[in-house]
Design a binder for this molecule. Sequence first.
Ligand SMILES: C[S@@+](CC[C@H](N)C(=O)[O-])C[C@H]1O[C@@H](n2cnc3c(N)ncnc32)[C@H](O)[C@@H]1O
Length: 222
Amino acid sequence: MPKDKLARFAAIKTFENVLEHRYLADFPLKGHWHRDFFKNDHPLVLELGCGKGEYSVGLAQLYPQKNFLGLDIKGNRMFIGARQALQQNLNNVGFLRTRIDFVADLFAENEVDEIWLTFSDPQPQKPKKRLSSSLFIQRYRSFLKPGGTVHMKTDNDLLFDFTMEEIATHGYSIVDYRPDLYASLSTETDPLKLTIFSIKTHYEALFHVKGHVIKYVSFTIH
Ligand SMILES: C[S@@+](CC[C@H](N)C(=O)[O-])C[C@H]1O[C@@H](n2cnc3c(N)ncnc32)[C@H](O)[C@@H]1O
C-alpha cells in the first residue's frame, strides 16, 4: 500500500469525527446518533458514497443547525473531508467508514432526515447494487423520516434513467428534477439552491471537464 495511504489510515484513527463500523456487533450509535455523537437534536443528513465528503462538509458550512454524516468504505478519501472539518472546527459533520450495504443496521426508525447520493457508482452489471435500487430504498425507508428527501446528483445516464424508472415504478414523489443541472441554474432564482448546487464533488469536477451533463433529481419514498 502506498505510504501516504497508510499515513491517512493511521491519521483517521485519531480523528474524533471519524468512526468505523466493523460489522460484528450491533452498532452502538444506532438510535443514539443525536445524543451520543452530535450531542444535539438537529436534523441528520447522510451522504452515501461520500468519497472526500465535499457535500457533507459544504452543507455543514451552510447549515450549522443540521448534522451531516458521510459514509464510504474508502478511508483514504474521507480523510480529506474529515481533516477539513477538523481544521474548520465544524462540529456538525462526521464520517463513518463502512459498507453502505449495512446502512439499515446503523440508524433507527425516523433517525435520518435526508440522504444525498453523490456520483454513486452506476454498477452497470449489478442493478440491485445501485444506491437507488428498490433494495437500497427499502433499507433507507427503515430509518428515513416520512417526507425525508433523497437527493441524487450524477453524470451517469444509466444510473439516472434507472432512478427515474424506479421513481415511476414505485410511485415515489419527485421534489425537483433537473436533467441538465448546470443549464437549469441560469434561470434559478433561489440563492440557497444556487449555493447548494455550486458545491462540486471530486468526481463531478472530473466528469464536468470531460463534457458530461450533470443531472439531479430529488424525491421522497414513503
Ligand atoms: C464514484 S465515487 C463518488 C465519490 C464522491 N461522492 C464524489 O462525487 O466525488 C463513489 C464512492 O462510493 C463509494 N462506494 C461505492 N459503493 C460503496 C459501498 N457499497 N459501500 C461504501 N462505499 C461505497 C466508493 O468507495 C466511492 O468513494
